[in-house]
Design a protein around this ligand. Structure first.
Ligand code: SF4
Length: 222
């Protein structure tokens, strides 16, 4: 997409409105190292950050290095992460990631997006989360919230996350990407809900082509 100047202007105003509403927007997964964030991000698939944050303190006390994850048995790791759902796949990914990091990257996550996406369990979304939250580098995370909001706000015509990411990259300058990612997630979580967006309380409603009008109840006849 080649964004028009009008779209860029509206998009900038949207971000200003969201930043004002969510000045402390940040990654809500708890972590101290990039490896911990990678593991937490893998666990967050089809699971809430809240649930992941309940599981990771014990997990991170037990496993410290990529090699720890590489060496644990599939069954034991499945038990450790069971409550996050899809535990077989997730345990597979985490063990495979630990093995590759241990064997090829001295146990460290590379700070290069194009390398991150080649690692087991790391797609574009997780790679962008890592770039943003662990390495403080520009990235745009298109999760379920960002996907929904970008469409509702008329910032994209696409439904494919990669196409949405490319549209947002074209609209916003890289200096805005980190804040944009965090604000989109917060707005999706706390206001622009999937089923019932809270348009009357939305800070960017005047800029949103999908806003629902506030219906004033008719006065009752006496
Ligand atoms: S106006 Fe409504 S649909 Fe549009 S971004 Fe705000 S909450 Fe979402």
């Amino acid at each position: 997409m080649n964004p028009t100047p009008e779209l860029k202007k509206r998009a900038a105003r949207i971000l200003r409105g969201l930043k004002k509403r969510y000045p402390d927007a940040r990654c809500e997964l708890n972590f101290e190292t990039s490896l911990q964030l990678a593991v937490a991000a893998i666990l967050s698939a089809q699971c809430t950050d809240k649930r992941v944050n309940q599981v990771t303190p014990t997990l991170f006390r037990k496993y410290h290095s990529a090699r720890d994850y590489a060496q644990v048995s599939q069954g034991e790791l499945e038990k450790d992460i069971h409550s996050t759902g899809f535990f077989r796949n997730k345990a597979n990914h985490i063990r495979a990631l630990g093995k590759v990091l241990d064997e090829k990257f001295q146990g460290q996550l590379p700070e290069v997006f194009d390398t991150l996406v080649t690692l087991p369990g790391i797609g574009r979304k997780t790679a962008n989360v890592l770039m943003i939250a662990a390495f403080n580098q520009p990235g745009i995370t298109v999760d379920t919230h960002c996907k929904r909001l970008a469409g509702r706000l008329g910032l994209t015509q696409h439904s494919d996350p990669t196409r949405i990411e490319m549209d947002l990259r074209a609209i916003y300058p890289p200096r805005d990407w980190i804040q944009l990612s965090h604000c989109m997630v917060f707005h999706g979580r706390y206001c622009c809900h999937a089923r019932k967006p809270d348009c009357p309380d939305c800070p960017v409603a005047s800029l949103c082509p999908s806003r629902t009008s506030v219906k004033t109840p008719l006065p009752r006849r006496s």
